[in-house]
Every structure is written in C-alpha cells, then in structure tokens.
Ligand binder design. Structure first.
Ligand code: 3Y8
Ligand code: NAP
Length: 253
C-alpha cells in the first residue's frame, strides 16, 4: 500500500493533498513551520525540519514511506536538494510537483535578476516606490538600498519592524486577486514590482496588476536544481504513484 510523504507549502501541494484525501491513500503533508497558522489540510500534517538529508532519509525509513513528493516552492532549493538525496539513500521513489516559470506576455515590462543579490544590485539609483513581494526572509538584503520606499507583504506580523528605513508593511496571505493587487499598487503609488519567478496562480495577480498599470517588474530567476521527475498537475502525480507502486509489484518487491 502506498504511504506518501508530501513536502508542502504551495497551492499545488494543497491541491494534491485534496486528491490524496479523496483517494484514501495513506499520506502526510509536511510544513517547515515558517508560518504561524498554516492552511489546514485534509490529510495528516507534520511541522518542522527533518534535520537535513540524514534526518529525512531516517524519517523515510522509520515511517515506511513508499513515495516522496516534493511539492515545495521553486525557491525552496535546500529542501528540494535534500529530498533528492534522501530519497536516493532511502531507496524511495521521488517526484516533484511544481509549476512552470512565468513567461512575459504582451504588455509586460520585465527585467531580470539572477538571484536576490542581483535584485539588490539592480536597485541602485534614485529613490523609487518598490513593492518587494518576496515575503519576510530576504528583506534584510535590501537594507543596502535604503533610498527606496518599500511596500512589504508578509504572511505573519513580524516580531521586530523590518530593517528598512522607509517601508509600509501589509500582512496578508495569498492567493491574491488582480483587483486587490491593482488597488494595492495604485494606493501605494508603486513604480516597480520586485518578485521571484514563483510560477503558479497564487502569486500571479501582482503581475497582471503591474501590466494593467503599466508598471515594470524586476523578476528574480529561479535557482537551478538538479534534473528530477517533474509534474505540473496534481493528477499526474497520482498516476505516477500508481505506476511506481505497480512497477514495484512487477518486480515482486
Ligand atoms: C509556510 C503555508 C496554500 C499555499 C499558498 C503559492 C501561493 C499563496 C504567494 C506575494 C508573494 C512568497 C511567500 C507566497 C505565496 C502561496 C502559498 C504562497 C509569496 C504559505 C505557507 C508557508 C509559506 C512560507 C512563505 C515564505 C515566503 C513565501 C510569502 C501556510 C502561506 C513571498 C513567495 O514569513 C515567512 O518566513 C514566509 C516565508 C517562505 C518566502 C520568503 O522568502 O519569505 N512563502 N507561505 C510553509 C511551510 O512552513 O512549510 O501558511 O498555509 C504558502 C503560500 N504562499 O496551500 O494555499 O503556492 O506559492 N509565499 C513567492 O512566491 O515569492 C507571496 O506577496 O505577492
Ligand atoms: P528551504 O530554504 O529550501 O529549506 C530550508 C530548510 O527548511 C530545509 O532544509 C528543511 O529543514 C526545512 N523545510 C523546508 N521545507 C520544508 C517542508 N515542507 N517540510 C519540512 N521541512 C521543510 O525552504 P524555504 O524556501 O524556507 O521554504 C519553506 C517552506 O515554505 C516550504 O514548505 C515551501 O514550500 C514554502 N514556500 C517557500 C517559498 C519560497 O519563496 N521559498 C514560497 C512559498 C512557499 P531540514 O534541513 O531540517 O529538514
């Protein structure tokens, strides 16, 4: 019988969790514990790190996990690398549920940065009003560009004020709507949106809002990850689980 460990934290992971619950398969969704009130799930959840590759490999063995599905975020590079290595060590089939990178469409005005540091470099120059749609984890890096006024959006209220001299903080969790993000960009007179190429639907509203308002976007490219078995639709993962299970049965293991 399949026993799936789903590394969650994304819209796609939650969609897969719903399919797994409906299938009746044994499955566990794992959160890192980065937010105070993660979305409730229709399958059991666990919260917290595993303790690196060795901790995850030990978890896979101790819990007789038959399939590891990495449905974390394209920027969760450490977790994703650990998942590949731990699955190899534990001999557990591994697949990724992710979303294609966003591509610009007519009306988009995008420039690119290779990573967070590249985005900081790109913000040299006269003061602007910048929506920094990166969450909480990378805000400190932008203290190197204190001349701008930053609109920040966090999932949870921070314990300490963000270390940026000029900022407005909005506490909100997505998925976001185009109407709300358009209103947000207009109300704060934003003239540049900085974001990660997260892909998917949950964070895309700000791109459509920027396009509608004729605003430029500084798009941070995804970290390069190793070649993996990747799916873009939750239903494809269920097919993979069935095949991998039947494949195992054919081998009589
Ligand atoms: C803890 C679980 C679901 C999943 C919803 C998606 C969409 C809404 C949009 C913006 C961009 C950002 C951020 C974002 C979005 C979804 C998805 C997504 C971006 C939750 C969640 C967890 C996290 C962690 C959090 C990070 C932060 C990133 C905010 C839950 C709500 C900016 C990524 O305060 C912190 O430490 C937050 C950290 C990692 C990135 C960062 O660097 O700060 N996500 N987000 C997961 C865990 O503990 O394992 O609380 O329910 C999930 C979602 N956030 O099931 O509905 O699928 O991506 N999340 C980005 O895309 O750039 C916001 O404001 O426009
Ligand atoms: P990360 O930097 O790649 O991972 C750092 C460490 O956090 C991992 O080594 C692992 O700790 C722990 N971890 C990460 N995801 C985990 C999970 N799903 N379950 C258990 N432990 C986890 O990860 P991150 O970028 O901080 O992302 C953390 C969570 O937020 C993930 O669930 C991700 O899907 C979600 N998220 C991230 C972003 C983003 O922009 N990065 C956006 C949306 C959602 P150990 O080494 O101790 O095992």
């Amino acid at each position: 019988m399949p026993n799936i460990l789903l590394l969650g934290g994304t819209t796609e992971a939650s969609a897969l969790a719903r399919l797994l619950a409906a299938s009746g398969m044994t499955a566990m969704l794992s959160y890192a514990g980065r937010t105070e009130n993660p979305r409730p799930q229709p399958i059991p959840t666990r919260i917290g790190g595993f303790g690196g590759v060795s901790g995850l490999a030990a978890y896979l063995r101790a819990n007789c996990v038959t399939h590891l599905v990495d449905a974390t975020h394209p920027f969760a590079a450490t977790m994703s690398a650990n998942a590949v290595e731990a699955a190899r060590i534990a001999g557990v089939p591994h697949a990724v549920l992710t979303r294609p990178a966003w591509e610009p469409v007519a009306g988009d005005d995008w420039t690119y940065a290779p990573d967070i540091a590249g985005a900081v470099d790109a913000l040299a120059g006269p003061p602007r009003r910048v929506m920094l749609a990166l969450g909480r984890m990378h805000v400190e890096a932008f203290a190197a560009r204190p001349q701008h006024h930053y609109l920040l959006r966090f999932v949870d209220a921070p314990d300490l004020p963000p270390a940026l001299p000029r900022h407005t903080l909005v506490v909100d969790r997505g998925p976001f709507s185009v109407a709300d993000d358009t209103r947000l960009l207009r109300d704060h007179a934003i003239d540049l949106v900085v974001c990660k190429n997260a892909g998917g639907s949950g964070a895309a509203a700000k791109l459509a809002a920027a396009r509608d308002l004729g605003l430029p976007v500084l798009m941070i490219e995804r970290p390069v990850l190793s070649t993996r078995t990747e799916f873009h639709q939750p239903g494809e993962v269920l097919d993979w689980i069935a095949h991998a299970a039947s494949f195992g049965t054919e081998r009589g293991v």
